[in-house]
Design a protein around this ligand. Structure first.
Ligand code: TYM
Length: 338
């Protein structure tokens, strides 16, 4: 097994990132190491320049996100932890795959459509070709599995399409250049929604900080956000069917279940019939208790830029080594002389 996944170092790590992806990264790093495989996790800093950004913030966030990932349990001795920028093969492979990816495929990406809105002409070229870089990120390492939240599923399907077309066009069936990666999406936390609006996902780009729980929030902030989370006046139902049409309630129950490592049914078994006045404090406490160790670790690590820089440099050296054979094969398959 070869696990590869990435996160953009923009803003804080939030509960959606954690439950949708990072918690699986941590779980998988041990499983994979036990089976003799390899896990690679990276900061998608090259992706972060596809939207308007402040350079000094990007640099600061790259260190902060590194600290946050280590605080969550990514162990730089077990996993290869790095930032894309220090491994130029990502950008190189993106260009090489640019001959294979089709405009029509990229035009269908929902993230592109959502982010560009009605102003496609005014968007950066990088926002449009973003999924090709993402394909390069995973194909470069022959990833077999990619742990992500639901919102990245379409990008991974595109990576598979690119890999398949490249293999068909430039390689023999017996010796394909790329492995087709499978997504790993946690069923119980595939899509954590905003605390202010059950119809939109929890996201770093939401202007309201009250919409998300950051892993760096202190206990008071966290309790306050849960207390103020949007809900409806009804008590919680006794079963899952009763959550239909109640997006905000469903989201909070889902968060509780994911955090406690149990099912939605079990949570409703305990809290069914009770109002949010009872449920919210219980959820808040569960979050504070579960996130406190991560928070403490993060505060300890975040200011030591030298140590964080060393982690990234060491990870990048290993990643460059792992990337080299596939990059060489790709150049060769395309007839490019090096
Ligand atoms: P990013 O930085 O937006 O998010 C990182 C991971 O968190 C997941 N996630 C969520 N899961 C559940 N509920 C939510 N509300 C939620 N919000 C975010 C995302 O699905 C993701 O797994 N393009 C990617 C980064 C990337 C990447 C890659 C991922 C670049 N190259 C290669 C995998 C493989 C992104 O912007 O994720």
């Amino acid at each position: 097994m070869r696990i590869v996944s990435g996160i953009q170092p923009t803003g804080n790590l939030h509960l959606g990132n954690y439950l949708g992806a990072i918690r699986n990264w941590v779980r998988m790093q041990d499983e994979v190491a036990a089976g003799g495989g390899q896990s690679l996790y990276f900061l998608a800093d090259l992706h972060a320049i596809s939207m308007p950004h402040v350079p000094a913030d990007l640099a600061a966030n790259t260190y902060e996100m590194t600290a946050a990932l280590v605080a969550c349990g990514i162990d730089p001795d077990k996993s290869v932890l790095f930032n894309q920028t220090q491994v130029p093969a990502h950008a190189e492979l993106q260009w090489l795959l640019g001959g294979t990816a089709r405009m029509g495929w990229l035009n269908r990406m929902t993230q592109w459509k959502d982010k560009a809105g009605k102003n496609r002409e005014g968007q950066s070229v990088a926002l449009f070709t973003y999924p090709v870089l993402q394909a390069a990120d995973v194909l470069l390492y022959q990833a077999t599995h990619v742990p992500v939240g639901e919102d990245q599923k379409q990008h991974l399907e595109l990576a598979r399409d690119i890999a398949q077309k490249f293999n068909n066009d430039f390689a023999s069936e017996a010796a394909p250049v790329f492995t087709l990666p499978d997504p790993i999406i946690p069923p119980e936390a595939a899509r954590i929604m905003s605390l202010r609006d059950g119809g939109s996902k929890m996201s770093k780009s939401d202007p309201s900080d009250m919409s998300r729980i950051n892993l760096t929030d202190d206990a008071d902030t966290l309790m306050n956000k849960v207390k103020k989370a949007k809900t409806d006046p009804e008590p919680l139902p006794g079963d899952k069917a009763g959550l239909e049409g109640r997006a905000e309630a469903a989201n909070l129950v889902g968060i509780y279940a994911a955090m406690a490592g149990t099912t939605v049914e079990a949570v409703l078994g305990e809290f069914g019939g009770q109002g949010f006045g009872r449920f919210k404090p219980a959820l808040g406490e569960l979050l504070v208790e579960s996130l406190a160790p991560i928070n403490a670790r993060f505060v300890e690590l975040r200011t030591d830029r030298a140590a964080l820089g060393q982690i990234l440099a060491k990870g990048a050296a290993k990643a460059r080594e792992l990337a080299a054979p596939t990059l060489a094969k790709t150049y060769e398959a395309l007839g490019l002389v090096r």
